[in-house]
Design a protein around this ligand. Structure first.
Ligand code: APR
Ligand code: PHB
Length: 391
């Protein structure tokens, strides 16, 4: 039976970043991924990186391209029923910024790095099963090309996303989960057109939320709130552009350059946290442990801070023969996760149109925005969370 120090399940950004940081510390990890490499790279996800996330990419030795090609943003706009408010991130946080760089590119950089260092990733590893992680000798089995394989390891890192096998392998009674499912989705369009603004615009409107984002100066990413019953086939490109413009302030609407979509998809919105994040010698990391609605772009960044805590803990375990870090992983990670959950939930609640909202709740949205307009402290709170709380 082959043996690795750490078996990582899932080659999304969480698994790949963990693999890179462990490798740097001389810890040997294998990654088992259910899908093919091309499939993983075809997924379009969010695109805003906190400074801490960029720092981790540098630490892992994969920061060169994000440094070169990432767009540094010092602010973003909040639009609310026709009024626009700029959140000056740099000014409100003492110089902090975010970097616009697609998650797909992060994944691509990390995969290329894994090739360079000669680390093992098994793609299309089917029927992964996690065994004996409550004892001292965990094992992981999987099927590749019709053959069953088994590996031995010291630890298992469950980086396999919301629908993965890691969380599902924990007995129900050992796990508490907390969830809010929102009664709408986001319809996203990617198009090779210049963005309508040099900064992101988050817009709350009578007709529903809209977001203007980008991947580069020539590629835009737009979203509009839609019904969960909507189907992408019901949304022609033209219908999408028309609806987007209706929800933006006139200047932004005017500046939208339209073009054929190169990707169009609908994603549901969910808040979810599992507790705890450690089960003997298995850890939950990233989307396997928590989901945030995309308002605020915390998903990938939260996966990155989990990875930071876990990599530190494992490095401490192997370097100093101390289990203090792994004992504390769940508590440390959850403390930051809940704060990001709060921020993503509050921004989602402020900016979306809920069919079930009472007139009182609508007034609360108005008052929240009015408060932001009138208070630097309120804006500073948004900015502090948006650039990412420290880890
Ligand atoms: N066996 C092996 N791999 C699996 C299994 C399984 N049973 N189930 C899922 N996977 C793989 C998925 O195919 C995917 O490639 O695990 C990976 C999980 O990756 P992500 O879903 O990207 O999750 P994570 O790495 O935690 O990334 C954090 O940030 O922007 C957010 O949600 C967004 O994916 C993003 C997340
Ligand atoms: C994106 O560019 O896809 C994006 C940006 C910001 C968000 C969510 C998604 O809050």
């Amino acid at each position: 039976m082959k043996r690795y120090q750490v078996a990582i399940i899932g080659s999304g950004p969480a698994g790949l970043l963990l693999g890179a940081l462990l490798h740097k510390a001389g810890i040997d990890a294998i990654i088992l991924e259910r899908q093919s490499r091309d499939y993983v790279l075809a997924r379009i996800r969010a695109g805003v990186l906190e400074q801490g996330t960029v720092g981790l990419l540098h630490e892992a030795g994969v920061g060169a391209r994000v440094e070169r090609e990432g767009l540094v943003h010092g602010g973003f706009a909040l639009n609310f029923n026709g009024h626009s408010l700029r959140i000056d991130l740099a000014d409100l946080t003492g110089g902090k910024t975010v970097t616009v760089y697609g998650q797909t590119e992060v994944t691509r950089d990390l995969m290329a790095h894994r090739d360079q260092i000669g680390a093992t990733t098994v793609y299309e590893a089917k029927d992964v099963s996690l065994e004996d992680f409550d004892g001292d000798a965990p094992r992981v089995s999987y099927t590749k090309d019709g053959q069953r394989h088994q590996i031995a390891c010291d630890f298992i890192a469950g980086c396999d996303g919301f629908h993965g096998i890691s969380r599902a392998s924990v007995p129900d009674q050992a796990l508490s989960t907390f969830e809010r499912v929102y009664p709408f989705g986001w319809l996203g369009v990617l198009a090779d057109v210049p963005p309508c603004s040099h900064e992101l615009i988050y817009a709350g409107h009578e007709r529903g939320f809209a977001l203007c984002s980008m991947r580069s100066l020539t590629r835009s990413r737009y979203y509009i709130q839609c019904s969960l019953e909507d189907r992408i086939d019901n949304w022609s490109d033209q219908a999408f552009w028309d609806e987007l413009r209706r929800r933006l302030d006139p200047a932004a609407a005017e500046a939208v350059v339209t073009g054929p979509s190169i990707e169009k998809s609908i994603a549901p919105l969910r808040s979810f946290v599992a507790e705890p994040l450690r089960f003997g010698r298995m850890f939950l990391v990233g989307d396997a442990a928590h989901i945030v609605p995309p308002t605020g772009a915390k998903g990938l960044n939260l996966a990155a801070s989990d990875v930071h805590y876990l990599s530190q803990a494992l490095i401490e375990f192997y370097g100093e023969h101390s289990s203090a870090g792994i004992d504390d992983y769940s508590r440390r990670a959850l403390a930051r996760i809940w704060k990001a959950e709060r921020f993503s939930w509050s921004l989602t609640t402020l900016l979306h149109r809920f069919d079930t909202m009472t007139p009182f709740e609508r007034r609360m949205q108005d008052a929240e925005f009015a408060y932001l307009q009138s208070s630097r402290s309120a804006c500073a709170s948004v900015a502090e969370n948006y650039v990412g709380l420290p880890f």
